[in-house]
Write a protein that binds this ligand. Structure first.
Ligand code: FAD
Length: 429
């Protein structure tokens, strides 16, 4: 079977890998000149099953109101005359209901655990290395109230099989000695030993090479301009190549993995995906003093920042700004991240050589991705992974490859069923 995968981010590339392993003739198309050149380029690096609490939870509406006008807020809605943004916001409020938040957390944990297992299998099978660190993820809280609020979701994650447990500030320092400087400010912590971290871009580039060697074709610098349908099927995809030449790409099945741009490609087919870009920032800097630098991947809950060690570099990422497709770097937000790093780990990183980057998370209101069938018989969805696309990539790629090939996925998940045409904006389930 010929399959065309739209998008060569971490999600599209893992999809191509698993489809190839099932014997499909796979082509991946991307407008960029290389894999992982958009949102998968410089993310936080965490493989974090433990980061499963959705943004939309019962405490979110009040926090969002508090943050509405704060330039350096962890989650900032910049209200625009943009119907898609308002509808996304309304759906987000619906997902804040306690039973919705519980359901969403369950889906996210299931997909996360399955995905982490598949990542380990793939890494072993292909011998990939990408600055991975298998020392768990330590979540620390400098606010007593935030720590208390985290206890219930932590319990729920444990019930679902995620080995996230509550630890004391002393335990946290024993696990990551670089936290010693701020020991007195840590109100509490959790630790998930089986979580890990690594460079998502290096992984994707390495996996794309494995795929190419196995026969997957990559059409880089090809901009997809439209998906054309005939009846209940996609008939072909229109694109322009590097020279601006128009071309048609045809396959038996199509997988939409175009991240934040997926809704723009799906809408003309009558398929409305409630995905909105949530801009996040990362700062990468060389380690200046190895004694002071962290090794274990960390999550700073109060500032909503994640810290990963990528070889001799420190990567710090986070914050979210809902402001359309704008990717410009806001100096206030970049400075707030660097300030926090210096506050927690003074002298650890070379802040003068810090590189700032911004990417657009393909966010659904529920944080649960669109994974499964679309209304069109041969169009499949693997998109909308928001904050956790790196964590969920291998599991999503594995499961969608099974669905495309008519197999039953191993993953127990609320897969997308064919029911999205001519509906108003869908609340992700
Ligand atoms: C600051 C930040 C920190 C993050 N930290 C983490 C983390 O620690 N752990 C984690 O699990 N996740 C994290 N994420 C989320 C994760 O990076 C994303 O969920 C993931 O990269 C999404 O991958 P993707 O392949 O769906 O999208 P992308 O990587 O954006 O890939 C989509 C591809 O589609 C292509 N495309 C789009 N439109 C077209 C078109 N018309 N024609 C041709 N090609 C097209 C693009 O060029 C792009 O290459 C973070 C994100 C950000 C922004």
């Amino acid at each position: 079977m010929k399959v065309l995968v739209l998008g060569a981010g971490v999600v599209g590339t893992t999809t191509a890998y698993y489809l190839n392993r099932l014997g499909c003739d796979v082509t991946v198309v991307d407008r960029q000149a290389a894999p992982a050149a958009e949102t998968s380029y410089a993310n936080g690096g965490q493989i974090s099953v433990s980061h499963a609490e959705p943004w939309a939870n019962p405490s979110a509406p009040l926090k969002l109101l508090r943050w509405l006008m704060k330039e350096d807020a962890p989650l900032l809605f910049r209200l625009r005359a943009d119907l898609r943004q308002w509808l996304w916001g309304l759906a987000f409020l619906v997902e804040c209901a306690p039973q919705r938040a519980r359901h969403n957390l369950e889906q996210i944990v299931r997909l996360g655990m399955f995905s982490r297992e598949k990542l380990r299998e793939l890494r072993k099978a292909e011998g990939l290395s990408y600055d991975q660190v298998e020392r768990g993820i330590l979540h620390f809280y400098t606010s007593e109230s935030e720590f208390r609020a985290a206890l219930a979701p932590t319990r729920q994650m444990r019930e679902l099989g995620c080995d996230r447990s509550v630890i004391s500030a002393d335990d946290a320092v024993a696990i990551e000695p670089a936290l010693a400087q701020v020991r007195t400010r840590i109100a509490g912590a959790t630790y998930t030993p089986s979580d890990e971290s690594g460079d998502a871009r290096a992984f994707t580039v390495g996996l794309a090479k494995v795929c190419a060697a196995a026969g997957v074709k990559f059409l880089f610098s090809h901009h997809v301009t439209a998906l054309r349908r005939a009846g209940d099927r996609v008939e072909y995809v229109e694109a322009t190549d590097a020279g601006g030449q128009f071309c048609r790409l045809q396959a038996d099945a199509y997988v939409l993995a175009a991240g934040s741009w997926s809704p723009l490609l799906a809408a003309p087919l009558g398929i409305r995906l409630n995905i909105y870009p949530a801009k996040g920032y990362s700062i990468t800097m060389p380690v200046a003093d190895a004694e002071k630098a962290y090794q274990v991947s960390l999550t700073d809950d109060e500032y909503k920042l994640v810290f990963s060690r990528l070889g001799d570099r420190l990567r710090i990422a986070g914050t979210a700004e809902l402001n359309g497709y704008d990717r410009s770097l806001n100096p206030v937000r970049c400075a707030a991240i660097v300030r926090r790093v210096e506050e927690l780990f003074p002298g650890a990183g070379d802040t003068k050589r810090a590189e700032a980057w911004a990417g657009l998370r393909p966010a659904t209101p529920s944080n649960v991705p669109y994974l499964g069938h679309s209304r069109l018989a041969n169009l499949f969805l693997n998109t909308g992974h928001g904050t956790l696309g790196w964590t969920h990539a291998c599991g999503s790629g594995h499961a969608i490859a099974d669905l495309v090939c008519g197999r039953r996925p191993e993953l127990d998940f609320a897969f997308q069923v064919a029911a999205m045409e001519n509906q108003p904006l869908k609340l992700a389930t």
